[in-house]
Design a binder for this molecule. Structure first.
Ligand SMILES: [Zn+2]
Length: 460
């Protein structure tokens, strides 16, 4: 895969975060801003009128005024093989897995199934403005090959892995401690570090791995100390009881992962809802990340994430869709549900905080904050253009909005993929809103789009 991206400039209202917005000066907002992109990387950022005066006159400009331009959204936890499980009725976690998810995932040994699901998923993510994700495939190596092949063709920065699970699932899904290890190793050799792709060691969760398999995951983690690890932790009461029985030596759920060296930097734990003080201290001590998946937690009735406790404990927090326990591909909708979950805990989620989480915050949660998640020179030019007045309801609400924060809050509460005007990957258009809402073909096969020539004219 090549890293050659587009060279152009994008004009609009730029919003990016240098740090947590509670910190002084962390929010960068330019009302009439320009992002100059060269070979897929951000070269310059600033006020459009000043920059335009000294740029080459033949530089293509995508004029997106009056829309917002943000770093592409980052979704640190979702499941590629669950696009046809989303919205399956009436079960809590363990029953939902057995009744809907495991039978569905059993189909993914067929490379054609994985290829078509990966294409669909990536189209859907780009339509929602999401340019990077932490992705669980199935236990079949074919599913990882399918996903990474599609991600590489689109030039996307993606983190994904083969699920390791050797017990408590249907035979078609189970690997063994040996095959789980070997298949993971082969996939790492084949994909890790290729272009923008990164592998994640992916034991599904403690209930579906034997102690021998967790030892195999520990061996992989030892061999690849900088590699991502992704799994699930403390989502649901039934699951926690299951873990208590399966690992009677462990004082709690988190200790199972600690025992096998999996609580560390670059380890992402989905859910983390019912943690004790001790478990939170273990996550903080290991510099691991807790991933909040609000639509999933509400849909499966799992519980309410305690963000204040995480913050007080010094734990990195990510915000994710968790498709297919989650019910929306849109990070805007995910943030809206996060707001409501936290409201039930009497906690607040200000709009700037939420937009930071979806971009720079999630980049940091995934250990990718030196490359993506911000609009600053040297960073990869993955960008989303958002229309705060995308629907009649939003347009009407915007008539009463007076500040940027009010606008962002209404955008996150009322918005979804309909608010995506365009998505850029390495500076090249990867999605454009239009009557046919679908992804664009891979960059190399695509004729250059017709750009609005410059000032005064909107690209829309
Ligand atoms: Zn999940």
């Amino acid at each position: 895969m090549t890293m050659h991206g587009g060279s152009l400039a994008i004009r609009g209202r730029l919003l990016s975060f240098d740090a947590d917005p509670r910190e002084e000066g962390a929010v960068r907002y330019v009302e009439d801003g320009l992002v100059v992109i060269e070979k897929g990387l951000i070269r310059e950022v600033g006020e459009a009128p000043a920059l335009l005066k000294r740029l080459r006159p033949d530089l293509r400009i995508a004029d997106h005024r009056p829309h917002l331009v943000l770093p592409g959204f980052i979704d640190p936890h979702l499941h590629m093989p669950q696009t046809q499980v989303v919205a399956s009725y009436g079960a809590e976690l363990m029953e939902w897995l057995a009744k809907y998810t495991f039978p569905e995932e059993s189909r993914y040994g067929d490379p054609a199934v994985g290829a078509s699901a990966s294409r669909f998923l990536i189209d859907e993510l780009l339509a929602s403005g999401t340019t990077t994700a932490g992705v669980f495939c199935t236990s079949h190596p074919e599913s990882v090959d399918a996903f990474f092949t599609e991600a590489a063709e689109r030039g996307l920065r993606m983190v994904a892995g083969k699920v390791m699970m050797d017990r408590n699932g249907p035979p078609a899904l189970l690997d063994t401690p040996e095959t789980g290890y070997e298949q993971s190793r082969d996939l790492i050799r084949r994909w890790h570090g290729k272009g923008r792709l990164a592998y994640a060691i992916t034991p599904r969760f403690a209930p579906t791995s034997s102690e021998l398999q967790l030892e195999a995951a520990e061996a992989l983690a030892g061999e690849f100390p900088d590699m991502h690890i992704q799994t699930h932790l403390s989502e649901n009461e039934g699951e926690i009881a299951f873990v208590r029985e399966a690992f009677p030596w462990s004082k709690d759920y988190t200790e199972v992962y600690e025992r096998y060296g999996l609580v560390r930097d670059m380890a992402l734990f989905g859910h983390c809802i019912h943690l004790s003080e001790r478990e939170r201290a273990a996550l903080a001590g290991g510099r691991a990340t807790a991933v909040f998946c609000p639509t999933s937690n509400l849909f499966l009735g799992s519980g309410l994430f305690d963000r204040e406790a995480m913050r007080a404990g010094g734990i990195k927090v990510g915000l994710a869709t968790d498709i297919g326990g989650g019910t929306s591909y849109s990070m805007l909708r995910t943030a809206a549900e996060a707001y409501k979950v936290l409201a039930l805990r009497s906690q607040k989620l200000p709009a700037l905080d939420a937009f930071h989480m979806m971009t720079a915050g999630n980049a940091e949660a995934m250990g990718l904050d030196n490359r993506i998640g911000r609009i600053v020179p040297g960073y990869e030019a993955d960008l989303v253009v958002l229309d705060s007045a995308a629907t009649s309801a939003m347009r009407r609400r915007m008539e009463r909005v007076e500040t940027l924060e009010e606008e962002l809050f209404a955008l996150m509460m009322l918005g979804d993929e309909r608010a995506t005007v365009a998505t850029y990957v390495l500076g090249a258009p990867a999605y454009e809103r239009g009557p046919l809402r679908r992804g664009l073909p891979a960059r190399q096969d695509r004729a250059p789009p017709e750009w609005a020539p410059g000032a005064g004219e909107s690209a829309q």
